[in-house]
Design a binder for this molecule. Structure first.
Ligand SMILES: O=C(CO)COP(=O)(O)O
Ligand SMILES: O=C[C@H](O)COP(=O)(O)O
Ligand SMILES: [Zn+2]
Ligand SMILES: [Zn+2]
Length: 310
């Protein structure tokens, strides 16, 4: 039981054609729900902290909660910085004990992305920390920045090879049509699997990362809307597409929106059904249970990572 890097996890996942869930954490109940599910399934997991989460919770609280989760669960867990927006932020997380960091310089030019990423890699690797970077741009909301469909761009396979070679990164986030948030597709969901296959063939045994991979479970959207919410037309990545991706070199699947929806649905329902409750434990408890159930379903039926801790 320790904070570990993702190196061994990804090796096993690649060989076993399954994916490790990378779940965004913002508070204690979210961490507990995810870790309880992983414990039940004996699954490897990555807990990731975004720039927004750092702002919201104060990084030290999240780090200490993750340490508590490791001690309590006996699991090996990766603590990862999600979408690090500067070299400084990545270095700070490395110094603070994160075992993995993402530098997201995908909005810069190709050369600038390489330069910034390489700087993070040099620092992180000297301290035994692994690095994820991004090439191509996802549409959707990311730390309050809204990337329009026009500004999004898919990952170029040849550039991906050059990027990996020149930066020395440990994993690469690719853009093949997923997007952050709850509104991923207007019509039929579609991902560019042909592109993914080309990238995988050009980078054999190299772990790829799929961001924007929530499935936006209809049951939670419906509950939110039934109990006073207003999130019409929400649609995520179908489960079968995530299974397909995990057979094509995708070793890390990022999930945040599904946690938000599960938590919000449970809280909305509780408050509407129990209008006289005002003890936060009464609605945060069910929210934690909803997260646990959702994450367990994902580990077992979508990611395929059950028993990966054995
Ligand atoms: O990619 C993500 C975090 O980096 C989360 O994606 P979702 O919005 O699909 O959950
Ligand atoms: O990539 C986006 C994640 O969902 C994190 O979102 P956030 O920056 O609002 O915490
Ligand atoms: Zn990005
Ligand atoms: Zn992301």
């Amino acid at each position: 039981m320790a904070l570990v890097t993702s190196t061994e996890m990804f090796k096993k996942a690649y060989a076993g054609q399954y994916a490790i869930g990378a779940f965004n954490v913002n508070n204690m109940e979210i961490i507990q729900g995810i870790v309880d599910a992983a414990k039940q399934e004996k699954s490897a997991i990555i807990l990731q902290v975004s720039a927004g989460a750092r702002k919201y919770a104060n990084p030290i609280y999240l780090r200490k909660l993750v340490e508590a989760a490791i001690e309590d669960s006996g699991l090996d867990i990766v603590l990862h910085l999600d979408h690090g927006d500067s070299v400084e932020m990545c270095k700070k997380c490395v110094d603070d004990g994160f075992t993995s960091v993402m530098i997201d310089a995908s909005h810069h030019s190709f050369e600038e992305n390489i330069r910034i990423t390489k700087e993070v890699v040099d620092y992180a690797h000297s301290k035994g920390v692994v690095v994820e970077a991004e090439l191509g741009r996802l549409a959707g909301v990311e730390d309050s920045v809204n990337v329009s469909k026009e500004d999004a761009s898919y990952t170029d396979p040849d550039q991906a090879v050059e990027f990996v070679q020149r930066t020395g990164i440990d994993s690469l986030a690719i853009a093949i049509g997923t997007s952050h948030g709850a509104y991923k597709f207007k019509g039929e969901p579609k991902l560019d699997f042909a592109r993914l296959e080309v990238i995988t063939n050009l980078l054999p045994n190299f772990p790829l990362v799929l961001h924007g991979a929530s499935t936006v479970l209809p049951e939670f959207v419906e509950l939110c809307n039934k109990y006073g919410g207003n999130i019409p037309g929400a649609q995520g990545v179908p489960e079968h597409m995530l299974r397909q991706a995990s057979k094509l070199g995708v070793c890390k699947i990022n999930i945040d929106t599904d946690l938000r929806l599960a938590m919000t649905a449970a809280i909305r329902r509780h408050l509407v059904e129990n209008p006289s409750d005002f003890d936060p434990r009464k609605y945060l408890g069910p929210a934690r249970d909803a997260i646990q159930g959702m994450v367990q379903h994902k580990i077992k039926n979508v990611l395929g990572s059950s028993n990966s801790m054995l």
